[in-house]
Design a binder for this molecule. Structure first.
Ligand SMILES: Nc1[nH]c(=O)nc2c1ncn2[C@H]1C[C@H](O)[C@@H](COP(=O)(O)OP(=O)(O)OP(=O)(O)O)O1
Length: 163
């Protein structure tokens, strides 16, 4: 089965990034980037802005979603969890942050994301993205489906403007 296609979107403003406490479903109990599965007929940008509106109440023009990472997560001991995820950064939006049944959003300082409570590979790719770089990452999880056994990261583009 090909890996599930998902997206993540990171609103960034004034040195802070919006993440969310995942309250149910995949990754429940972790702090995650807001996002979800890409639905048939949607572009990745459309999926990302739809998820942000549904899960955190912010309204974004898909043209303002900047591609920041391509992530490939493999779980050899739980292959049904294999996913790819395109990550977008957005700096312009309308609306107010609000919670939903699935996510409780919270702002974090860009220089202090809550790595201990995030998926393990976030500590590898997220600092680059929050510095304004574009990256590609491949990560493989071990038998506990919680800690990485292998990871590789490639910086695809250095971006002069930080977030
Ligand atoms: N290793 C990983 N690191 C990470 O940062 N995000 C990951 C990840 N593996 C998956 N994700 C993200 C991608 C995607 O946004 C989300 C999974 O999609 P969903 O939130 O749609 O899952 P759910 O099972 O909660 O879906 P529904 O039950 O359909 O709402 O988890």
């Amino acid at each position: 089965m090909p890996p599930l296609r998902t997206c993540l979107i990171l609103p960034v403003r004034a040195g802070r990034v919006l993440l969310g406490h995942k309250l149910r479903g995949f990754g429940a109990g972790k702090i995650v980037g807001i996002g979800g599965k890409v639905e048939p007929g949607e572009s990745l940008e459309q999926a990302a802005v739809r998820e942000l509106a549904e899960e955190a109440g912010l309204i974004v023009d898909p043209a303002d979603a900047q591609l920041a990472a391509y992530l490939d997560f493999r779980f050899p001991h739980r292959p049904e969890w294999d996913m790819t995820s395109q990550v977008f950064v957005v700096r312009r939006w309308a609306g107010q942050v609000r919670a939903c049944e699935e996510i409780r959003p919270e702002w974090f300082a860009v220089d202090a994301p809550p790595f201990a409570r995030m998926w393990d590979e976030n500590r590898v790719w997220l600092p680059h993205v929050l510095r304004g770089e574009r990256v590609e990452l491949q990560a493989t999880y071990g038998a506990d489906n919680d800690r990485l056994t292998e990871v590789s990261l490639r910086v695809v583009q250095q971006v002069t403007r930080g977030v």
